[in-house]
Design a protein around this ligand. Structure first.
Ligand SMILES: C[S@@+](CC[C@H](N)C(=O)[O-])C[C@H]1O[C@@H](n2cnc3c(N)ncnc32)[C@H](O)[C@@H]1O
Length: 336
């Protein structure tokens, strides 16, 4: 009898132990399953079931103001209370509509250029759209601009012919130097005129001297600055830059000024040594590829019209100010 009782007690102890072990095992397995679900399946389900996951934030910040926000990032929705608006928010709230002039005061001025310490000895270490800007040719080299060999090297008569000018046209020769092109242009513009523009006062002195010496009255000299051609708005039919554009220290600003000075549909002509050809014996930074020139002119809203390749070593690249401006001007005049 005793023996049977002992056996039953031993058996029931074993069962209890087994039950406890099974319970522990199922708890562990359950926890692993929950863990796996939470880490793997739940986020995926939440993503699927709750695309509009909610985010509640409370921030206390002196400069930004206290903020309680209830946001639904997926829906780009924020419902929040901000008892103390920031100064920027207060300013923006007072602005009636988007005004580019006000925006230009608030938004930082865009810098179009990058500077690199490692650069060509012929450049200024400043790059525009990947091109290093060349050093300006000083006035002490003015005589070189008048060298007789230029006649066959650059064929200036072919350049003038490629412009297809009307006698009444007004042309700006920008980076005019000694006026090698300004005075040739003036002969074509019997009823028009030439603005001979340069940043070096010494070049302007030379231009004035030659103008008086040759009694030329349709060339007007303009001393400009590196960021502004100083030309009247919508006054020119064509802007010519021969071997000059690659030296502009602020090409973007200069071109914006030139575009402003152009009449609607007016043209910009760049004459530059072909950089695509390594055998043209001119310093690399004093040459330009067509691709680069097109990129830089497009940056100021000019459209490429054509490239004349009739010169021995230079591109004659012709661009145009959009004609839409003409329609806009006409309609704004009509409103007035
Ligand atoms: C190599 S010379 C060419 C002169 C002339 N176009 C010619 O073909 O004989 C370049 C001229 O561009 C002028 N220049 C450079 N940067 C300029 C700028 N931002 N605005 C106007 N002229 C500039 C220089 O002072 C220099 O006289």
């Amino acid at each position: 009898m005793h023996k049977n009782t002992d056996t039953r007690i031993i058996n029931s102890n074993k069962s209890i132990k087994l039950a406890i072990a099974a319970g522990c095992l199922s708890i562990i397995l359950g926890m692993i399953t929950i863990g796996l679900f939470v880490s793997l399946a739940a986020p995926a389900m939440a993503e699927w079931a709750y695309p509009a996951a909610v985010d509640i934030t409370w921030s206390k910040n002196e400069s930004r103001g206290d903020r309680l926000a209830f946001s639904v990032p997926k829906l780009n929705l924020v419902i929040g209370a901000n008892p103390k608006p920031t100064q920027a928010e207060a300013t923006i709230a007072q602005l009636p509509v988007y005004d580019p002039e006000v925006a230009s005061q608030i938004e930082p001025k865009q810098d179009f250029y990058t500077k690199h310490a490692l650069h060509s000895p012929d450049g200024i270490g400043k790059f525009y759209l990947g091109r290093e800007i060349a050093k300006v040719m000083g006035h002490t080299e003015a005589v070189w601009l008048e060298r007789p060999s230029r006649q066959w090297q650059e064929d200036p008569d072919a350049v003038i012919a490629a412009l297809h000018l009307k006698p009444t046209d007004v042309v700006a020769d920008i980076g005019a130097g000694t006026g090698y092109f300004s005075f040739r242009l003036s002969q074509q513009l019997t009823q028009g005129k030439v603005y001979a523009v340069d940043i070096q006062p010494e070049m302007i002195d030379i231009l004035r001297f030659l103008k008086t010496e040759n009694a030329i009255d349709n060339v007007e000299t303009v001393l400009s600055d590196p960021q502004d051609p100083h030309l009247p708005s919508q006054s020119i039919d064509l802007a010519l830059m021969v071997d000059a554009y690659h030296e502009f220290a602020y090409p973007h600003e200069m071109m914006q000024g030139i575009v402003k000075a152009l009449k609607s549909g007016g043209r910009v002509v760049l004459v530059e040594y072909r950089r695509e050809n390594p055998f043209i014996a001119i310093k690399t930074l004093h040459k330009m590829t067509q691709r680069q020139a097109k990129q830089e002119m497009a940056a100021v809203g000019l459209s490429w019209l054509e490239t004349d390749e009739s010169l021995p070593s230079q591109h004659i690249m012709i661009f145009q100010k959009p004609m839409q401006e003409l329609e806009q001007e006409t309609s704004s005049t009509e409103v007035k």
